[in-house]
Ligand binder design. Structure first.
Ligand code: ARG
Length: 452
């Protein structure tokens, strides 16, 4: 296959070099975008009379033919070619003859590859945002259905205070909402047309970059050609947004793994989303969640990979930049497949209410309520905290639950205690008292549901 360069060389490229430098094995993913970008470029060259109209028309129809083949999956890609840009140029030359050679006027692969990558990123951000909305929808559905279920909330994975399970679920919705915002924010910044920057310095030919931008739906054109051909911030930004998103999915998975384990048993993942053991016949394992958690490692890896590739590069284009694509593609693939399977898994989740009630037997989770009871009676927080702590310790020593300690004993710690203290030792009561904005009372959680 012919390369897009070669005139100045006296010797054929060593096959080892060809093998080592090619990117076709991964950048073939950009085929469609490369074609669409080239079609807009050819139209612009024609409109500006940089190339004859009849040649431009041939180029456009040739590229449309190639594009339809790519979409059908019948476009042959030579795995020995240098990259996808070379493959498409060669296919065009073969189809339309000499006119094909005019397509690369006023551009270089340096701006061309940045264009295709940006177009790909814009599309994938939209698709990930749609996946995220789907997952948020599943979470909201679950939260609504189980609005009254109370579970112990944890800090340090120790019983902390009772919370609505739906409150916990909606916490994930908040995270995912920020992830959508972050990706959309990346999209705004990468929505800049690099084409026309050429290899490094722009061109002496009278092109109209705004025309190309409009054709391709870019809202701006880049204002510095050296920056445009060597900027990979947008790749790093997306990968970093995906790393954060992956961290959220990993935390969510970890929570489900814990809540689904025998020790907690609050959640039950559908059989169809679990796997078994070849040795222990009784096992039902949450492998899907473990893999979502594990793949977060690759997402972080991608981020470190591209950030490191870029850190020492002098202006402008360097071949190192070709190595941004595999980590980018990998991160996107991991996120999309994780979101897809998690959304489905979510719908299979069942709540074990009896088990949740059992875990709420530990009445020490009401210690904070007792503390705030005293605060409401005018005792300074520090003192109230101390009293509530001493009552918990007293109960532990005597193997008494908080409800088994008599009022006389309560009064021994503070004269402010009355019979009504026992009403606090109830999960429903405890939850409904947390009615501060964003708290776990049903009223607040219903508000959150609406807002989510
Ligand atoms: N395959 C290359 C890449 O992805 C295309 C750009 C090649 N440019 C160059 N000056 N060699 O970066």
């Amino acid at each position: 296959m012919a390369n897009m360069w070669g005139g100045r060389f006296n010797k054929k490229t060593n096959p080892l070099v060809e093998k080592f430098t090619k990117s076709i094995q991964f950048d073939k993913k950009l085929a469609e975008y490369d074609c669409v970008g080239s079609i807009a470029h050819a139209k612009m060259l024609s409109k500006c009379n940089v190339i004859p109209k009849k040649d431009a028309a041939k180029i456009v129809s040739g590229l449309n033919f190639i594009l339809s083949r790519i979409k059908k999956g019948s476009f042959k890609i030579d795995s020995n070619a240098e990259d996808i840009h070379t493959v498409i140029q060669n296919a065009l030359d073969k189809k339309i003859g000499n006119s094909g050679g005019m397509l690369h006027t006023a551009r270089s692969r340096n701006d061309q590859v940045s264009l295709a990558t940006r177009m790909y990123c814009k599309k994938e951000i939209d698709s990930i945002a749609a996946f995220l909305k789907g997952l948020k929808g599943s979470i909201k559905g679950f939260a609504k259905k189980n609005i009254d279920v109370i579970v112990p909330g944890f800090t340090h994975l120790q019983n902390a205070q009772p919370v609505l399970l739906s409150h916990q679920m909606l916490a994930y919705c908040e995270m995912l909402g920020r992830d959508i915002d972050r990706l959309n924010d990346c999209k705004k910044r990468l929505d800049v047309l690099p084409l026309g920057s050429c290899a490094i310095s722009g061109t002496s030919l009278a092109i109209d970059r705004n025309f190309t931008a409009k054709e391709l739906g870019f809202s701006k054109v880049s204002s510095n050609s050296m920056d445009a051909v060597s900027d990979r911030d947008f790749v790093i930004e997306i990968i970093s947004g995906l790393a954060i998103l992956g961290m959220h999915l990993s935390r969510m998975s970890e929570d489900f793994i814990i809540l689904n384990s025998q020790g907690f048993g609050i959640l039950d993942i559908g059989d169809e989303f679990c796997t078994g053991s070849s040795m222990m016949p009784q096992k039902k394992n949450p492998d899907v969640l473990e893999l979502v958690r594990g793949k977060c490692g690759s997402l972080y890896g991608s981020l470190v990979e591209v950030a490191t590739i870029m850190k020492g590069l002098p202006l402008a284009y360097n071949r190192d930049m070709q190595l941004d694509k595999e980590p980018l593609f990998k991160s996107i693939e991991i996120i999309e497949s994780s979101l897809e399977v998690l959304t489905a898994l979510f719908k299979s989740l069942k709540v074990n209410k009896d088990r949740a009630a059992e875990l709420l037997q530990d009445e020490s989770i009401y210690a904070t309520d007792i503390m705030e009871y005293l605060v409401k009676k005018g005792i300074p927080l520090k003192v109230s905290h101390d009293i509530a702590g001493k009552i918990v310790a007293y109960g532990l020593q005597r193997k008494l639950k908080l409800s088994e300690i008599s009022l006389r004993e309560y009064r021994f710690f503070s004269s402010k205690f009355n019979k009504d203290v026992y009403a606090l030792l109830d999960a429903k009561e405890s939850v409904s008292l947390k009615n501060s904005f964003g708290g776990t009372s049903q009223k607040q959680v219903r508000k959150q549901l609406k807002h989510a």
